[in-house]
Design a binder for this molecule. Structure first.
Ligand SMILES: Nc1nc2c(ncn2[C@@H]2O[C@H](COP(=O)(O)OP(=O)(O)OP(=O)(O)O)[C@@H](O)[C@H]2O)c(=O)[nH]1
Length: 428
């Protein structure tokens, strides 16, 4: 055996032959691997001396086992060992051994491949995998993937925090189950099918405990090799806090802080859409403009704070006479607007009278106990076919209010004929 040892020397794998543990032959690659300056520095030494102490027992056992008859002269399965070179460097070597005969006596031939570089790459891969895992586990967003039928194939661990479910409880179910409104899901589906992707798409989801949260989804469609829709992949995040903040900002921007009513901008915005709806449906619509009488004198007599309280009481007295479908807002100062949809002039007049009476009936007193009352003037206008816009109704109500003030206050006026006489004041 091994008549031509030069062949072994040319092998890129390290080859050692040992007898009773001592090295009898070392090829060029094994010298390079063990950083041996010459063959002599290896011959006669115990191969086990080069094995890391932690791996030594395993190494010895494996070498003994290759010689047992059951092994049948086959090499054992390769396994990794830590090897220390003559220079003291550590190497990771993949070694396989086989029982051979060397100079007529039993020997073991070991073949080793230097895996140090490989192991380093693996360690780096492991580390980057661990980093990725950590990132994935701690991600604020929930990663998800569904198939073409909307069944969740995979969902990230972030779902525990966001929805309160374990990933396995969600996987295998349709994503629809977590949408409180099917319209949300339908809108999302339509957008994905149309554009292939969506970014920051708004929606809502129900948590395990039943609470509804606002979410934002960024996803893209998946397609199979044939170009068929195969599902959706993306992330969603809990944006409830942000949405609450936005809602609060919206509320602040549209509400009059003193009375809690819609402010001028919000009132006019809402009135525009009510007007458009009434106009296109041919429905009656009545508008009231209200203004507190001699309000300046209340401020002057009782102070600004008491003036504020009177405004709040007035606003409440107005609201008390309205339906939920009516629109009311503070247009500024002590002037208010009320839009009454599906309300004819006569019906509107009845509401206006009730408001007038309600305001008169208010019994107010300042902090010192001085009692006082308030009255208001109301201007009324109704929708006319010839109107070009809401502005026309607003202008007529404004002029009517001016009329009511001029005619002595505490009354209702309109440019429309109220009762039998045109522009009649109504002060009941
Ligand atoms: N306390 C208080 N006063 C306000 C507020 N907004 C406006 N005003 C006061 O309301 C008063 C309105 O005065 P005027 O426009 O002269 O009207 P008026 O005194 O009500 O008289 P007529 O409307 O002609 O009956 C002013 O003195 C404003 O300072 C407010 O939010 N709080």
């Amino acid at each position: 055996m091994f008549h031509d040892l030069s062949l072994l020397h040319t092998l890129p794998a390290a080859v050692l032959v040992t007898q009773e543990g001592a090295i009898r032959f070392a090829n060029a690659a094994s010298m390079a691997l063990l950083e041996a300056p010459s063959t002599d520095s290896l011959i006669g030494r115990l191969s086990g001396d080069f094995v890391h102490p932690m791996d030594r027992v395993r190494s010895t056992n494996r070498i003994q086992q290759v010689a047992v008859p059951e092994q049948g002269g086959r090499p054992n399965k390769s396994s990794e060992f830590r090897i220390r070179t003559l220079q003291g460097n550590l190497r990771m070597v993949l070694i396989s051994s086989v029982a051979v005969e060397w100079n007529g006596a039993p020997a073991v031939l070991m073949c080793g491949l230097d895996m140090t570089h490989q192991s380093e790459i693996e360690a780096q891969l492991r580390e980057s995998e661990q980093n990725f895992r950590r990132l994935f586990e701690n991600m604020q967003d929930v990663y998800y993937r569904t198939d073409a039928q909307g069944i969740v194939q995979h969902v990230g661990p972030g779902v525990r925090r966001v929805l309160g479910y374990e990933p396995h409880e969600i996987e295998g179910r349709t994503a629809e189950s977590y949408y409180p409104q099917s319209t949300d899901r339908d809108a999302f589906k339509a957008a994905i099918m149309e554009h292939g992707e969506v970014s920051d798409f708004p929606g809502q989801m129900v948590r395990r405990d039943g609470t509804v949260i606002d979410i934002s989804i960024s996803s893209h469609a998946l397609y199979d090799h044939a170009g068929n829709f195969a599902g959706v992949e993306g992330i969603y995040r809990d944006v409830t806090q942000r949405k609450n903040l936005e809602r609060e900002l919206q509320r602040l921007a549209t509400t009059d802080m003193l009375t809690g009513m819609a402010n001028r901008r919000a009132f006019l915005e809402c009135a525009e859409s009510v007007y458009a709806h009434s106009r296109s449906n041919g429905e009656p619509l009545t508008l009231l403009m209200l203004d507190l009488d001699h309000f300046k004198s209340i401020n002057d007599r009782f102070g600004h704070l008491e003036g504020d309280r009177a405004l709040v009481a007035f606003a409440q007295a107005v609201k008390n006479q309205l339906r939920a479908s009516d629109t009311v807002g503070r247009l500024g100062g002590e002037e208010f607007g009320v839009l009454l949809p599906l309300t004819s002039m006569d019906e509107g007049l009845e509401v206006a009278k009730r408001i007038l009476h309600g305001v008169r009936a208010l019994q107010l007193s300042d902090e010192a106990g001085h009692a006082y009352g308030i009255t208001a003037s109301l201007g009324l206008s109704t929708f006319r076919q010839a109107d070009r816009s809401l502005r026309d109704m607003l202008d007529r109500a404004d002029q009517a209010l001016y009329l009511a003030k001029n005619q002595g206050r505490d009354q209702i006026a309109s440019l429309e004929p109220l009762g039998e006489q045109p522009n009649r004041q109504v002060a009941e």
